[in-house]
Design a protein around this ligand. Structure first.
Ligand SMILES: C[S@@+](CC[C@H](N)C(=O)[O-])C[C@H]1O[C@@H](n2cnc3c(N)ncnc32)[C@H](O)[C@@H]1O
Length: 290
């Protein structure tokens, strides 16, 4: 970042940061500048704007420069701030977990609608590949009578999920398991939710630098076709899904035909629907008994 010793007021630093982010093709430079500077100064965004004419000390200028430099080196904003908003809550994130994506909110909405419509007594719900725990935490917060089991193969992701589940749900109705998919689950379950890695291995190096350099490969890489882990889950699910249980999956739109075919073979009695995300892309597969 340009040395800014002559810049002493918040408004001047804000403007220079916006320009710098813009020049480096970082989208949403206005919001990102606000958030980086308020994070460095440890104040809220509204406090930042209320104090726009205040002077900034040299040590605070250094803190701002450090955060802006990290962003210029393609570190995602969410990892710098240490949180990302999802379904109305702030989830702690770090480089052990995928940054929550808005399309996953559609998956959560579908699950909540389904559970409300069925009013099952104390349903057991799995969140497989839970990452930061967003799916399970959002469902448990809205449907408190579920028993949630959040699962991840990554120890460090499971730790973050546990932290977020405690913070957000304020409930004891959950467990976090570290295992390969649902190997460690013995009891029959009512609902399996999963946003597992679904990017074909070859496509990963072509993604945005923010993703390639910082997000965990284990959260992205779905094998040659991108569907390896999801297919393994579908096949394992036949062992533990109750006869009238349901599965909700987030997918890449290009995988829908292959996956619908796979699910039809594993669950021939179930109804399979492909549902769109907010951009109209086929992003969710629901597998339910009508
Ligand atoms: C695409 S990320 C999704 C994280 C979170 N569910 C979300 O929506 O933000 C996939 C997650 O699946 C986990 N994962 C990958 N392979 C797994 C496996 N075989 N068993 C359990 N978890 C796995 C990764 O560690 C990662 O946290």
């Amino acid at each position: 970042m340009r040395k800014s010793s002559s810049l002493t007021k918040i408004k001047e630093i804000l403007l220079s940061t916006r320009n710098l982010l813009n020049d480096n093709a970082i989208l949403d430079s206005d919001i990102e500048s606000d958030l980086l500077i308020s994070c460095a100064l440890n104040i809220s965004r509204s406090e930042l704007h209320m104090n726009i004419n205040s002077d900034i000390s040299t040590s605070d200028q250094t803190k701002i420069q450090n955060l802006v430099n990290r962003r210029l080196h393609h570190e995602p904003l969410a990892y710098i701030l240490g949180y990302r908003e999802f379904f109305g809550n702030l989830f702690t994130v770090n480089e052990s977990v995928l940054i929550p994506r808005p399309e996953t909110e559609c998956l959560v909405e579908e699950i909540i609608d389904y559970l409300r419509s069925k009013s099952i007594k104390n349903p057991i719900v799995l969140d497989v590949g839970c990452g930061s725990g967003i799916i399970g935490a959002s469902v448990l917060q809205n449907i408190p009578n579920i028993t949630l089991v959040s699962i991840d193969i990554s120890h460090s992701a499971a730790k973050i999920a546990n932290e977020n589940l405690h913070k957000i749900t304020k409930s004891d109705n959950f467990n976090v398991l570290i295992c390969d998919l649902i190997e460690g689950v013995k009891l029959p379950v009512d609902l399996i939710a999963a946003n597992l890695p679904y990017i074909p291995t070859k496509r990963i190096p072509k993604l945005q630098k923010e993703i390639v350099l910082h997000e965990p490969k284990i959260a992205l890489d779905g094998g040659i076709e991108g569907i390896e882990t999801i297919c393994r889950l579908i096949n394992q699910s036949t062992r533990i899904l109750k006869p009238d249980g349901a599965i909700f999956l987030e997918i890449d739109p290009e995988q829908k035909y292959t996956l619908v075919n796979e699910i039809t073979q594993a669950f021939p009695e179930h109804t399979i629907k492909v549902l769109p995300d907010l951009s109209g892309l086929d992003r969710i597969i629901s597998v339910t008994k009508l």
